[in-house]
Design a protein around this ligand. Structure first.
Ligand code: PHE
Length: 336
């Protein structure tokens, strides 16, 4: 009985103790071996009963040994059994870097966030209504043609959105003014890939709709953005333009950051570079999205994130953004 108790309570918490247990009880010079040796001295008539008792103890010891061995093996499966050394210093953690387009996108959202714009998003696959019709594109407008738009399905048409203006429509359809929101996202156009063009790129759209919103508000907002993004010396220039969904419309230029107006290859020696389009939202567009054009007015602008990133970091080839060359990506490790 006493030996059985010892077998049950012998401390086994690691492999060394398990081995100590085996030697103490099951080894050739262990307790059980001793007891079996003593069997010789036991009177004949008790031999059978004592022998049975000893066999019981032997079984008990074996059982405990097997049980603990299994348990320890389980808890150390990833350790000693696999021959791993947990005391080795770890392999240094190689953190990735954020993509320059993500950095600029986040900066854009922060700049507009500080002047009260929230963030909205919409789907990349759109219908004709949100990409064209609600935005006042005439039936035969060239932008609807196959050479520009990737169609996913015809009749009814589904397409990859060609601009983020689709999201304006969705926001206007589902909200009443005041509306102040920035809509970043991917857009797609069927263009040959080159240093200056890609079939997939990023834009952000901004709209502000309220009572008495004027063209001066648009100009000041864009000017504020340009200074925050590119620095206090940055000037802007609006060139008259045309978009079906804005009236009047303008193209937005900023002073070339590379040559500061002196003239260089980036700005083709003009001192100015284009960063997007803008205008006052056409009353017909407000109306088709169920916003009262008598009561409200608003402005919209759309800018290219690649273009802004290229200017900000002096990147000369648009294809670098999608090639995933770590020598390129690593350079933005410490960029804001
Ligand atoms: N959607 C236009 C484009 O992609 C840009 C734009 C947005 C122009 C909003 C005016 C107002 O070219």
């Amino acid at each position: 009985e006493q030996v059985a108790e010892e077998i049950r309570t012998f401390p086994i918490e690691n492999n060394e103790q398990l081995e100590a247990f085996r030697i103490a009880f099951m080894g050739r010079k262990g307790r059980l071996a001793d007891l079996f040796d003593n069997l010789k001295t036991v009177p004949n008539e008790e031999k059978k009963a004592t022998g049975q008792q000893l066999n019981g103890l032997k079984q008990l010891a074996q059982q405990r040994f097997d049980e603990m061995q299994e348990k320890l093996a389980g808890s150390q499966a990833s350790g000693e059994k696999l021959n791993l050394d947990f005391t080795l210093p770890p392999v240094p953690n190689t953190l990735g870097t954020r993509h320059p387009l993500s950095l600029v996108r986040e900066e854009v959202l922060r700049i507009f966030g500080r002047i009260g714009f929230n963030v909205s998003e919409g789907p990349e696959i759109e219908d004709d209504w949100h990409n064209f019709t609600a935005l006042n594109f005439p039936e035969n407008h060239p932008a609807r043609e196959m050479q520009d738009t990737f169609f996913v399905q015809r009749n009814p048409d589904y397409l990859l959105r060609t601009h983020t203006s689709t999201v304006q429509v969705r926001i206007m359809e589902n909200n009443q003014p005041p509306i102040r929101t920035i809509m970043p996202g991917r857009v797609f156009r069927n263009e040959a890939i080159s240093a200056r063009a890609h079939c997939m790129f990023h834009q952000f759209e901004g709209i502000f709709i309220d009572e008495n919103v004027s063209f001066a508000d648009l100009k000041q907002t864009v000017y504020h953005f340009a200074q925050e993004m590119f620095g206090k010396d940055t000037r802007i220039r609006f060139r008259p333009s045309f978009f079906p969904f804005t009236e009047p419309s303008a193209e937005i230029d900023i002073t070339c950051l590379i040559c500061k107006g002196e003239g260089c290859n980036i700005c083709k020696h003009s001192g100015w570079v284009e960063i997007g389009g803008c205008g006052m939202i056409d009353p017909a567009v407000l109306e088709s999205s169920k916003i009262d054009p008598e009561k409200y007015s608003g402005f919209a602008f759309g800018m290219g994130i690649e273009r802004i990133t290229m200017l900000k970091y002096q990147i000369k080839d648009l294809r670098l953004f999608t090639e995933n060359d770590v020598r390129f990506l690593r350079q933005f490790e410490s960029a804001v």
